[in-house]
Structures are given as structure tokens and as C-alpha cells.
Design a protein around this ligand. Structure first.
Ligand code: SME
Length: 180
């Protein structure tokens, strides 16, 4: 059964434990539900509340959410999907900014200082570091990037290998749990 308690994280929880809860709750929520709008919305909520429950720098996360492959475009581009945080850029071309590079290269981008990333798209000048993880899934008979996870932090060096490992696991789970 779906319950809002899934987004409650114990105070003093470690980052590893918070991610474990995110992954377990996501798996439960995705069971019997393959709609990507629905699943990405709940995943954005889980991530947001997990970060808010953690000590700095994680609790300085100011945006967590998704961009998805824009089905209406001739050239590959991303369009804003479910998220938590302030309003954000609507369209990002593959290859542009941190999100576009992650989508085009199909590799995680862990950026400790966004100002050092050539072409970074500054939706919010408060964001100082960022991690973007591609979500790869079967679409039209081939494996392709169908969405990306994007998390921004208002502190430099907001993310590390623990974030990378767990967000990549979440990306894998999301990729196989939705109809794209
Ligand atoms: N900074 C991102 C754009 C998306 S927002 O941060 C939500 C980028 O460079 O791709």
C-alpha cells in the first residue's frame, strides 16, 4: 500500500541507509505501476526527503528530479520531468550542460563545482555542485537514454562516490520499472 510515511527518514540516518530506504521504497512503489510520470514523481519525493534528513552538504540539496527524452523533438533533447525544488529550464539539448552531456555520453557526471563545467546551464545561481545520472532503457527495440536523474546542491562538493553508486542503482531500477 502506498503511504506518505515512505518519505519519512529517521533523524541521524547515514547517507548509505537513506539511499537504502529510497531504493527499497521505490521498488515497493514501482511494483504494479509502470507509468513513468507516476514513478518519477514518487522517486523525486523520496530523494528530496532523503537529502533533507541528512547532515550537510546533503541537506543543502536544492533541486532533485528528472528530465526525460522529449518525444516531440526531431533532434535528441530532454524536457523537464517530475522534480522537487524551484522551477527549472524546460528544454536541454543532448550535449548541452551537465544534463545534456550525461544524456549524450550515457555516463554519470559528478561535478564538484558547476562553474568549472564548460557549458553548465545555470537555472539557479544557488546551485554549486551537481550530479547527473543517465537512465537507459529499451525504447523502440533499442537501448537508449530515456531520462536522467539530476540533483543539485547549494554547496561545493555536495556529492561523492556513495551518491554516484546509489543513484546509478536507482537509475537502473527506474529504467526497467517503467514503460518508456
Ligand atoms: N544545471 C543543469 C540544468 C538543469 S537544472 O540544474 C535543474 C545542467 O547544466 O544541465
Amino acid at each position: 500500500m502506498v503511504h506518505a510515511d515512505a518519505s519519512n527518514f529517521n533523524e541521524g540516518v547515514t547517507k548509505e541507509d537513506a539511499y537504502e530506504q529510497v531504493l527499497l521504497q521505490a521498488e515497493g512503489l514501482f511494483y504494479d505501476q509502470r507509468n513513468w510520470v507516476c514513478n518519477l514523481s514518487n522517486a523525486a519525493s523520496l530523494l528530496w526527503h532523503a537529502y533533507q534528513s541528512l547532515p550537510a552538504p546533503s541537506n543543502r540539496v536544492n533541486w532533485s528530479g528528472f528530465y526525460v527524452l522529449d518525444p516531440s523533438a526531431a533532434k535528441p533533447q530532454l524536457i523537464l520531468g517530475p522534480f522537487q525544488g524551484k522551477v527549472a529550464c524546460q528544454i536541454i539539448a543532448f550535449g548541452r550542460g551537465v544534463c545534456g552531456v550525461a544524456a549524450e555520453s550515457q555516463t554519470t557526471q559528478l561535478v564538484q563545482d558547476v562553474e568549472q563545467f564548460p557549458g553548465h546551464i545555470a537555472c539557479d545561481s544557488e546551485s554549486k555542485s551537481e550530479i547527473v545520472v543517465p537512465i537507459v532503457a529499451d525504447k523502440d527495440g533499442e537501448k537508449k537514454v530515456v531520462a536522467i536523474i539530476d540533483v543539485d546542491c547549494a554547496e561545493l562538493n555536495g556529492f561523492d562516490e556513495v551518491d554516484k553508486k546509489n543513484l546509478e542503482q536507482l537509475a537502473e531500477l527506474i529504467g526497467k520499472s517503467c514503460n518508456w
